[in-house]
Write a protein that binds this ligand. Structure first.
Ligand code: B12
Ligand code: SF4
Length: 473
């Protein structure tokens, strides 16, 4: 079977989901190619490939673009269209759109392999678990199969699929890896909560063995440029300390490269940070999200005190590890003043790279539904763009209030890193939003990332190319 994964554009990050699926399909002797719909002549190249299956991996926000791309393809050729990824997991009813033959809910590895094999054999596809399949005007809604428990059973992601055609990501000295799947927390703005509902009764948190992880990184290191490892798990230190101990000794010996990972305030301990440092941790991401206690604990369900947050940041600083912290501004019922509390808490935590976004009320998240129910949001989900750096779609006490919050997001990093600028920033946020504010935000954020978080030497050309890709968000 010839399977074409079509993506809107090749991004700043490897689409690991697609790369896992590709490895499995290739292991079953299927042919797989990746097409980027932003490249010249992509459609005629796809036509020449004559795909039996076109497959899309979709995140909410870009779903309309993917529907458009699929329609374009289907107007041009006869093929089988299957959609998967987080958007379809939470919005499977997308299958009702024309030209979609099947959608996949949740983990897609086994479902995709089964689909390709069945289509090849010409056998029935209507009962494949994880898939909703169109069948003569009706839709077969199959249940999900259990989550893959032994992640070591999976082949390594097919990097050549991407690096073979994207010089920027191939040459990029930072490459991304996954060590575990699942998150034990239930933040109201995050889709993990809904994921657990779908997979009720399953063991959600799973991790790879250290040996399996090290083998993948070693292979990548031998084959491609690699100077900085980026672990993109929701939380890196989820497995028990014994896993981290083993990781530390093997990683130091076999890989010996700096790495960046994501932590969570509640699970930071002195032992874990000491081990991370010893292993070569160069920087971490650790979210604060909101400075106001009620907002953080009741609205976001983060269940952490200011004291705990400051303690975890101090621990990380104690080991000289720079920290980037994510924050959400413009939350439902919030104000410029509550967002200033977030600035203040970031200052207290001495955050090296303060990252802030403007809240987007995604449907199927508890907080998105709350914003709708309480009248903070009109319910026009199509108004939500792909980016969370831009504007807010929520109602605040006045338009001026909303504008100040949106502007604060642009000056957030500077406000945290240079608190003496605060009086000036409070005034400037009253001005109309403009491109210069956006530019200041981008420049400061990428400066902090380059200098403090992702410290790898890159050429000016690659730096500018990276910025160009980031600017799409
Ligand atoms: C890395 C990452 C990014 C990267 C790269 C995204 C990418 N293309 O992979 C960047 C920085 C670009 C990014 C951006 C955004 N992200 Co993001 N991101 C992630 C993150 C941390 C890891 C993704 C990953 O590699 N997962 C591991 C792989 C193995 O899982 P997977 O991709 O889901 O694929 C599996 C299944 O979904 C399925 N599958 C996937 N594709 C397909 C296709 C077919 C045909 C089939 C059959 C199956 C299938 O099978 C795969 C293997 O099991 C996830 C969190 C997470 N833990 O997944 C969030 C996550 C995907 N992001 C999310 C969001 C909200 C965003 C943003 C919208 C944020 C924003 N507001 O700007 C943007 C949107 C960009 C866009 N619209 O394209 C949400 C998505 C929720 C949703 N409803 O779509 C997630 C789930 C975070 C969360 N918990 O809320 N993100
Ligand atoms: S800790 Fe992170 S990944 Fe886990 S539920 Fe909260 S926001 Fe989502």
């Amino acid at each position: 079977m010839r399977t074409a994964f079509v993506i809107k554009q090749i991004d700043i990050a490897e689409p690991l989901g697609i790369m896992y699926l590709s490895s499995l399909l290739k292991a079953e002797a299927h042919d797989v190619k990746l097409f980027s719909a932003s490249k010249k002549n992509w459609l005629s190249q796809l036509r020449d490939y004559r795909p039996n299956i076109v497959a899309y991996s979709v995140i909410s926000g870009s779903h309309n673009d993917y529907l458009r791309i699929n329609n374009l393809i289907r107007n041009d050729m006869e093929t089988f269209s299957v959609f998967g990824g987080p958007h379809l997991t939470f919005f499977p009813e997308t299958i009702n759109q024309r030209n979609i033959d099947a959608i996949c809910i949740g983990e897609g590895e086994q479902a995709m392999v089964e689909l390709a094999a069945s289509l090849e054999r010409g056998s029935d596809i209507s009962n494949i678990r994880n898939l909703w399949v169109k069948d003569n005007g009706s839709i077969n809604k199959n249940p999900v199969r259990p989550l893959i428990q032994n992640l070591d059973d999976l082949p390594f992601p097919d990097r050549e699929l991407l690096y073979g055609q994207d010089k920027y990501l191939r040459e990029n000295k930072m490459k991304r890896f996954l060590t575990n799947r699942g998150c034990p927390f239930n933040c109201t703005y995050c889709f993990n909560r809904a994921y657990k509902e779908i997979y009720k009764g399953n063991k959600i948190i799973r991790w790879r063995s250290v040996e399996n992880l090290i083998e993948e990184i070693s292979k990548v290191k031998r084959r491609y440029p690699l100077e900085l490892v980026r672990f993109i798990d929701d939380i890196f230190i989820l497995p028990p300390v014994s896993w981290l101990e083993k990781f530390t000794s093997l990683y130091k010996r076999e890989i010996g490269l700096p790495f960046v990972c994501n932590l969570q305030v509640k699970i930071v301990t002195q032992d874990k940070i000491r081990l991370l440092k010893e292993a070569g941790c160069a920087a971490v991401y650790m979210a604060i999200e909101a400075g106001n206690d009620w907002t953080r604990n009741n609205l976001l369900d983060r269940k952490m005190t200011k004291k705990e947050i400051i303690r975890s940041f101090n621990l990380v600083h104690k080991y000289n590890i720079p920290v980037a912290a994510e924050n959400i501004l413009g939350l439902p019922g919030g104000s410029f003043d509550t967002d200033m509390e977030t600035v203040e808490l970031n200052i207290k935590c001495k955050v090296d790279n303060p990252v802030s976004t403007v809240f987007q009320p995604y449907p199927k998240t508890k907080l998105g539904e709350y914003a709708l129910k309480e009248g903070y949001f009109s319910g026009d989900f199509d108004s939500l763009g792909e980016s969370y750096f831009g504007k807010s779609e929520l109602r605040f006490s006045s338009k001026d209030e909303r504008r100040r919050i949106e502007n604060l997001q642009k000056f957030f990093g500077l406000a945290v890193n240079y608190p003496s600028l605060l009086p000036f920033i409070k005034i400037i946020t009253k001005l109309p939003p403009n491109k210069i504010f956006n530019l200041i935000h981008r420049i400061w954020d990428s400066y902090c990332k380059r200098k403090k978080i992702f410290r790898v030497k890159i050429s000016l050309k690659d730096y500018l190319l990276g910025i160009q890709r980031v600017l799409r968000y």
